[in-house]
Design a protein around this ligand. Structure first.
Ligand SMILES: [Zn+2]
Length: 163
């Protein structure tokens, strides 16, 4: 099925590095610890918490693309639900962050922001590998959730001209 063809496979550190631009502020985690079977796209957070990284395979050209995102904590507020715009997980007690992408070629003038799971762990959430569960439960097959993750992610990256 199509969603399998564009999910990310086990990658070497070199392949991941090559997916980013030469001027990107890159920090790489230990790739040995990653459970690749549970990843629809590769993602991690800079130890500072200010940057997020996403690597995905483009449905357009089949190549790996890496993007660096600015990460902003959501100010804590009582009784607010945050829905991740990629996986639709509903966070009731924090756990989401605002991620900002600079549109490619805009010289930093245009940005696109979305509220996303703060650790970018959408793939793990739809498989219920992290707690807490979504505040709103859905009856959707895992395959449909994977498809949705990649649709939303790729639409966002395409609008910012990365795919
Ligand atoms: Zn998410």
């Amino acid at each position: 099925m199509a969603f399998e063809a564009i999910a990310v496979e086990a990658l070497s550190g070199e392949a991941v590095k090559a997916a980013f631009g030469p001027n990107d502020e890159l920090w790489l985690p230990e790739f040995e610890d990653i459970e690749w079977n549970h990843r629809d796209f590769l993602s991690w957070i800079h130890p500072s918490g200010h940057l997020g990284y996403i690597v995905t395979r483009s449905p357009n050209d089949g190549n790996l693309h890496g993007v660096v995102l600015r990460r902003h904590e959501r100010r804590p507020r009582a009784a607010r639900l945050d829905m991740c715009s990629i996986c639709h997980h509903v966070h009731a007690m924090g756990g989401a962050a605002m991620f900002t992408l600079t549109e490619k070629g805009s010289g930093g003038r245009r940005t696109l922001s979305n509220v996303v799971c703060g650790d970018l762990g959408c793939s793990l959430r739809i498989r219920e590998l992290v707690t807490p569960k979504s505040y709103m439960q859905e009856n959707l097959y895992l395959e449909a959730k994977i498809w949705r993750i990649l649709q939303h992610l790729h639409r966002w990256l395409a609008r910012a001209k990365y795919l």
